[in-house]
Design a protein around this ligand. Structure first.
Ligand code: GTP
Length: 364
């Protein structure tokens, strides 16, 4: 696909949420900084925004705000200029955008790109901005189609692409198009959001603009899209990046069955595949099987353990004979031999699950 480059454009990145659905991973690290295919999640978004000509990004921070500037500094390592605007108490998506806009330098008529900090998307940001400018819209929303729209609010449009309503979750959605979390705002529209107040763009700003007759356009497309808000989606995002299902300029090595960061020791007798990311200095012993998973720095997967579609936290250990599928193991936790953890289990940081000796009644 030909992508549309942009003249210099400013962006706001929303990264202040607590990431509650990803606990315990987000207890110590905000969701946008979780290691994803070998780099902090945001590195993929920053590199992609830059590839479209974005040069200046204002981070709207709140939860663990200081960790963002520690990770990305002034942005020069990424070819970007980064600013940080922190809310003392979270202001919601609209309040955060309004607060971050204080650091923008563009004029009232300029387009401003606004990105949720937990979305992986392959859509053509440049084309979205070009449509916004050509249509002289107040806001242009990226829309994506999902199989099951009942889990989301849905966003119907008319034949000309104008958004006609911004509907809350319902068991009978009128369309399977949903808000994909990437907006182009005309700067003056951001300035019209009340300053210093808690505002939701989804519940207040967008419905209010539509009711007032402002032009809100939908930019619908069918490219790769994923909200990494849940453990299963987060793991899928990392896996898809490692496998190359979504191209990212920030991927630390060419796409393949797995990637291993410096100092990782993966036994040639282990089976590691399905887009697994192996953290720095992590160890995967012989006979272990790891597929489609995210292994944190310094963790150890002992001989004969089986780990599928799971996250193993920093410094955690998974003993021989343990089996993990669709689970999250917190930093420093230990899964003793014989444990089988399935579908959605979460082990909190530092917890030790002792050896699980399985006995059948006939053995007694
Ligand atoms: P959950 O608690 O799991 O729902 O996660 P979340 O709050 O991080 O995510 P949600 O999907 O509701 O938010 C969408 C995006 O907006 C994410 O990138 C959040 O970081 C960001 N966000 C949500 N609320 C705020 C806020 O009050 N301030 C700022 N600065 N960002 C926010």
């Amino acid at each position: 696909m030909m992508e549309t480059p942009l003249p210099e454009l400013e962006a706001i990145l929303l990264v202040g949420g607590q990431g509650t659905r990803l606990r315990p991973l987000t207890l110590g690290t905000p969701k946008p900084l979780l290691p994803t295919a070998g780099v902090p999640f945001l590195a993929h978004q920053l590199a992609r925004a830059r590839s479209f000509g974005v040069r200046r990004i204002v981070f709207a921070t709140s939860y663990r705000a200081e960790m963002f500037s520690e990770a990305f500094g002034d942005g020069s390592a990424f070819g970007l200029s980064l600013e940080y605007m922190t809310e003392e108490t979270p202001l919601g998506t609209g309040g955060a955008i309004r607060n971050a806009a204080e650091a923008l330098t563009c004029g009232p008529d300029a387009p401003v790109l606004v990105l949720n900090g937990d979305i992986l998307s392959g859509h053509d940001i440049g084309d979205q901005v070009a449509r916004h400018v050509a249509g002289q819209a107040a806001v242009t929303l990226h829309l994506t189609e999902v199989e099951d729209p009942t889990r989301f609010g849905c966003v119907p449009t008319d034949d000309a692409g104008r958004v006609t309503a911004f509907l809350e979750k319902t068991p009978n959605p009128v369309t399977n198009r949903i808000n994909a979390g990437c907006y182009v705002f005309t700067r003056s529209v951001i300035d019209s959001i009340s300053a210093g107040e808690i505002v939701s763009v989804e519940r207040e700003t967008f419905p209010g603009l539509i009711d007032s007759g402002a032009l809100v356009l939908g930019y619908a497309d069918a490219s790769y899209w994923l909200d990494v808000g849940t453990p299963a989606a987060f793991i899928k995002g990392s896996r898809d990046l490692v496998l190359g299902r979504l191209a990212s300029p920030a991927l630390p090595c060419p796409p393949g069955e797995f990637l291993a960061l410096p100092g990782a020791k993966v036994s040639t007798e282990a089976k590691v595949d399905g887009g697994t990311a192996v953290g720095a200095r992590a160890v995967v012993e012989s006979g272990a099987q790891v597929s489609g998973s995210v292994l944190g720095d310094d963790c150890v997967i002992h001989s004969g353990a089986v780990v599928t579609d799971s996250v193993v936290g920093i410094g955690a250990r998974v003993a021989s004979g343990a089996v993990l599928r669709d689970v999250v193991i917190g930093d420093g936790a230990i899964v003793g031999p014989g444990n089988e953890l399935m579908a959605g289990s979460r082990v909190w940081p530092g917890v030790v699950l002792p050896e699980c000796a399985v006995r059948f009644s006939s053995d007694v």
